[in-house]
Design a protein around this ligand. Sequence first.
Ligand code: S5P
Length: 468
Amino acid sequence: MKIDLKELAAELYDVGAIKYGNFVTKIGLPTPIYIDLRVIISYPDLLLRISKFLWNLTDEQNFTHICGVPYTALPIATVISTESSIPMLIRRKEAKSYGMKKMVEGVFKLGDRPVIVEDIITSGSSIIETVTDLRKEGLNVNTALVIVDREQGGKKNLENAGIAVKNLFTITELINYLHEAGKLTDESVNVIKDYIKIVKAPLTKTDNNDRLKLDFISRSKLSKNPMAIKLFKLMYEKQTTLCLAADYRKSQEILDLADIAGSHIAVLKIHVDIIEDFEKSFVEQIKHIATKHNFLIMEDRKFADIGQIVSYQYKNDVYAICEWADLITVHPISGNGIFQSIKNDFDAISHDRGIFVVAEMSSEGALSMGNYVTSAITNFKDTDLVTGFVCQKNNFTEPGLIQLTPGVKLTESNDNFGQQYNLPQYVVNSGADLVVVGRGITQAKDKLASVLQYKKILWETYENRIKC
Ligand code: S5P
């Protein structure tokens, strides 16, 4: 193997994949050694041999997929896949702006075990980004096969992220082989070794404030919105991230379900204007159940008009949402005015209140995408009125804000009117902190059993998310 690797190193040098001289790295650092393995696609025999060497690094044969990090490692991953008959996955660099917006291409199921293939590790951040997206899909990734480890801190970063690295060469081994093969002089070997000793790649940030990794209590301390603080504590105490969408048309059905589910949910979400037999007494009854079981009430009115009209709607005497809803939902489409009017109204109320801004919708063909989502978040994340954002994926980093994600069921499916469902595990790993489940529970035969089932899966996935 050693002799083969020595030959391989010399061959890589001969085809120009490794060069000695004065170069500048991608991040602007001077370097005496340049490694660019893209050139190997021009040498199919070399490509095949490297791929075989790499695959031989693993004695473990129970990987379910090969996943190359774009772009250099993709052809290598393809060769390994065809040689081993193990299917491939590709992690996109950007989500598609149409269709299902998937980050990972290929056929897989929860718990599958892909192995990562990469050409070079410097800081390890490309592999970490890839693994993060694969883990969000519920895949179990813990090994990376790498051609060259530049010994600049990447391996350690990857180990910290739970990824074991198996590499064909360290850069020291590579230059020693090249030296033995007469490709590098004593002097150039010393220059490169000095360089490796001194220049460490910037370590991948391990962000202490990473929203997805922090527990709810730590995050409650980083919140500006009183309802977010309350909700974080409540979710932690009750060990539930379930927001039950009780979208019934009869008030008694809502009250009955609230009483059955109350001690297992964090939030009861209603659409007050779909209740056919609404009477003021309903409000008193639901508030009573909320106090009894310690959950918050959200009115999902999705206010969207100019500030003045929204203020009338919010305070309107028929439903008097301002009097009872702990949380409301608001579309950011009409701009700042809506938030100013709600702020005035909140100021006039003695209780704490919070807004979930609808940044990204779950339904097929929703226009909330791209810049709309980004602007919704950047424009409103700093206001203390905001408890969090309604969105489908990890669109914001602020740990003090809560991601509310609807469109969740135990089977991935659609309804007849464009609603799209994802699995509970998928949404939690995509950043959901509070998860809306409606018909998954309201249409279940045994509603309590269903509430308990969602609560358990969601909480366990959240706990795993913050652990790993
Ligand atoms: O994008 C969204 C935002 C919301 S708040 N998509 C949604 O479905 N919702 C709400 O979540 C919707 O109004 C409904 O109350 C709930 C989803 O219900 P389900 O029965 O489809 O789970």
